[in-house]
Design a protein around this ligand. Structure first.
Ligand code: SF4
Length: 292
C-alpha cells in the first residue's frame, strides 16, 4: 500500500497494531466503555424513542421500555436487530451509565423515583462528557508533544473535572458551549494529523454514495451523512470520521486502521466483513462475521 506524499517521517501517525501507545490509549479509554453490569438500565428508561427504523415503538422519556425486565436486563437482547431495535444494538453510553449509577450510590430509578430525574439528567450530560473524552484521548495519542498537545491535555483535565461533579453541578453545565470548544480543538488536531490535501467533505450529503475503492486518505468527512454509502475497499486511513452517519454503509474490505475519531457505535451501525481493518481498540461487530 502506498503512502500519501505528505506522510513525512515526522508526521504523527497511529502506531502499529499492538504497540505500547495503543495499549496506553486502550487503558486511557477503559472507563469510557459501557459496562451494563454496573448500570441500572438507565438508557432503557431515560431517552424518548420515536418509532422508526431504529426503534419499533414510541416511548416517552423517563418511561421504561416494555422490553426491560424486572432485573434491569433486556428481554430481547439477543434479537434486537431482528425485533426492530437496531438503535439499541448500536447505542453506547461511553461509560456514562455506570458513572451515574455510582454517583447515586447504586440506587435505582425504581427504588428512588424521587432521584430519577436527576439520574436521567446526569446521564445526558455525562454521556456527552465521556464521548468528548473518548475523542480527546485519541487526540492526545495522535499529536506529538507541543502546544497543540498541551491544549488537548488541558481540555482533558477540564473535562475530567466536570465529569467528577455532583448531579447539581452537572445540570448547570453549558453543554452546547462545551461541545463547541471540544469540536474546535478536535478540528485543529484533525487538520494537523491529516495534513494538506484530501477531500473536504465535512457535513456533505453522501447518502448512498458510490465510493467503492475510493482513496479517502486524509479526507475530512466529519459530520457527513453516509447512510447506505458504498465504501467497499475504500482507503480511509487518516480520514476524519467524527460524527459521520454510517448507518447501513458498506465497509467490506475498507481500510479503517488509522481512521480518526471513529467510534464503536458507528461501526455497529455499518456493515463490513473480516477484511475490514479497524483502528486499535475498536471491535469487529458480530454481524460483520461473514465475508461478502
Ligand atoms: S429493547 Fe432492550 S436494550 Fe432496547 S431499550 Fe428496550 S430493554 Fe433496553
Amino acid at each position: 500500500m502506498t503512502q500519501a506524499p505528505h506522510e513525512a517521517r515526522d508526521t504523527p501517525r497511529p502506531p502499529a497494531p499492538g504497540g505500547r501507545r495503543e495499549l496506553d490509549l486502550a487503558e486511557a479509554r477503559r472507563e469510557l466503555r459501557a459496562d451494563c453490569g454496573r448500570c441500572v438500565a438507565l438508557c432503557c428508561v431515560a431517552p424518548m424513542f420515536v418509532a422508526s427504523a431504529d426503534f419499533a415503538l414510541d416511548k416517552p422519556a423517563g418511561v421504561p421500555c416494555p422490553n426491560l425486565r424486572g432485573d434491569d436486563r433486556c428481554g430481547i437482547h439477543t434479537e434486537l436487530r431482528g425485533r426492530g431495535f437496531a438503535g439499541c444494538a448500536v447505542f453506547d453510553c461511553f461509560g456514562a451509565g455506570q458513572r451515574v449509577t455510582a454517583l447515586f450510590d447504586g440506587a435505582t430509578w425504581r427504588e428512588a423515583p424521587e432521584d430519577a430525574a436527576g439520574m436521567f439528567g446526569a446521564l445526558e450530560v455525562l454521556r456527552q462528557l465521556h464521548e468528548a473524552l473518548w475523542y480527546l484521548r485519541e487526540a492526545a495519542h495522535l499529536v506529538p508533544r507541543g502546544p497543540l498537545h498541551d491544549l488537548v491535555d488541558a481540555l482533558i483535565g477540564t473535562t475530567e473535572g466536570l465529569a467528577a461533579s455532583d448531579a447539581a453541578t452537572l445540570a448547570d453545565i453549558d453543554t452546547a458551549s462545551y461541545r463547541r470548544e471540544v469540536g474546535d480543538l478536535l478540528a485543529d488536531v484533525s487538520a494537523a494529523v491529516r495534513g494538506p490535501g484530501g477531500r473536504r467533505w465535512a457535513g456533505k450529503d453522501l447518502v448512498g454514495a458510490r465510493l467503492r475503492g475510493a482513496d479517502l486518505r486524509g479526507a475530512e468527512l466529519r459530520g457527513a451523512y453516509a447512510l447506505g454509502a458504498d465504501l467497499r475497499d475504500a482507503d480511509l486511513r487518516r480520514c476524519d470520521l467524527l460524527g459521520v452517519d454510517l448507518r447501513g454503509a458498506d465497509l467490506a474490505g475498507a481500510r479503517l486502521d488509522g481512521a480518526l475519531f471513529l467510534t464503536q457505535p458507528q461501526l455497529e451501525a455499518a456493515r463490513g466483513d473480516r477484511r475490514t481493518t479497524l483502528p486499535a481498540g475498536l471491535a469487529r461487530p458480530g454481524h460483520w462475521s461473514v465475508d461478502r
